[in-house]
Design a protein around this ligand. Structure first.
Ligand code: ADP
Ligand code: MG
Length: 298
């Protein structure tokens, strides 16, 4: 299939079982969907219905118990550790409810940090981080730390961090959950603009007002996809991001354990540290490293 035509995301029969002692919990129970380039999709459903679990799978932060996940045609389960790192660095960006910025780094440092991991040189890191912060309207807040910014500003920094790697996909888990109505609207307007510039957006929300911004809503219930609601046909844009996943090689036949995630369920903090880049994915050679602002930018 022509790469521009294949879905950006395709999941088939995704299952996630959490085991706590003797208790098995089917957080995802056979979920299948695909998402095309340029779509803006909201994921809705009651608390505990599997929304965040789905996002963690899509973001390669956790691996499914069973099922398949193709990101831009690549079988994610078959990617090696280095290629997974590249996917997370260059293939997608995250935005979370709690912003998840590093408190000791200023806006510029937080946004530049992912580029350290993708091997971008210092001058370009700074330039791209400034551009991303200007894009979200924070060109005059480069040296503010998270505790010196409002919630809406912190979320803009997080969006800039998601944009700086030029990934084609942005995953946002309740990005307006900690924001007041007006600020939520501003953040959603920004995400709509970013979608208009060609980014594919998948956004979890339990607020119908927020889901209104999306062109399609996936409704989850009890770990299943209960309804796939398409609001407008044919309005998805297809402009390509600059950072293509092409060139990522898969390894052989798709052993799921290749992800190296086997083990007990991990806490949200661990997942967040992976997103921030302070904790490597399992199977990575590198030790976590506590970057200073100087190291990020110089
Ligand atoms: P949502 O985001 O829709 O509120 P989640 O995807 O976070 O729901 O959770 C789905 C189900 O899986 C819930 O019942 C939740 O308690 C359970 N769950 C999520 N993460 C874990 C975990 N790390 N260990 C055990 N159970 C979990
Ligand atoms: Mg959740």
């Amino acid at each position: 299939m022509n790469p521009a035509e294949r879905p950006l995301i395709e999941v088939r029969d995704l299952v996630k079982v959490y085991r706590t002692g003797d208790v098995e919990l089917h957080a995802l129970d056979g979920v299948s969907f695909s998402i095309d380039r340029g779509e803006f999709v909201a994921v809705m459903g009651p608390s505990g219905s599997g929304k965040s679990t789905t996002m963690n799978m899509l973001g390669c932060l956790d691996s499914p118990t069973a099922g398949e996940y193709f990101l831009d045609g690549r079988n994610v389960a078959a990617l090696s550790g280095d290629d997974l790192a590249e996917v997370r660095n260059c293939g997608l960006g995250f935005v979370f409810q709690g912003f998840n910025l590093l408190p000791r780094l200023d806006a510029l440092g937080n946004v530049a940090l992912p580029l350290v991991y993708s091997g971008v040189g210092a001058a370009e890191r700074r330039e791209r981080a400034v551009t991303a912060l200007e894009r979200v309207g924070l060109g005059d807040r480069l040296h503010h730390r998270p505790n010196q910014m409002s919630g809406g500003q912190q979320q803009r920094v997080a969006i800039a961090r998601a944009l700086v790697g030029r990934a084609p996909l942005i995953l946002a888990d309740e990005p307006t959950g900690n924001l007041d109505t007006r600020t939520s609207e501003e953040i959603m307007d920004l995400l709509v603009e970013v979608n208009g510039e060609g980014k594919t957006i998948v956004l979890v929300t339990h607020e119908p007002d927020i889901a209104e911004y999306a062109k399609r809503v996936l409704h989850f219930r009890d770990g299943k996809l209960a309804k796939d609601e398409k609001k407008t046909a044919g309005s998805a844009r297809t402009r390509q991001g600059t950072c293509s996943l092409a060139g990522i090689q898969t390894q052989g036949g798709g052993a799921r354990s290749a992800l190296g995630f086997a083990g007990p369920p991990e806490t949200p903090d661990v997942l967040n540290e992976r997103v921030q880049g302070t904790r490597p994915l399992p199977g990575f050679g590198a030790e976590p490293h506590d970057f200073s602002g100087e190291e990020v930018l110089r």
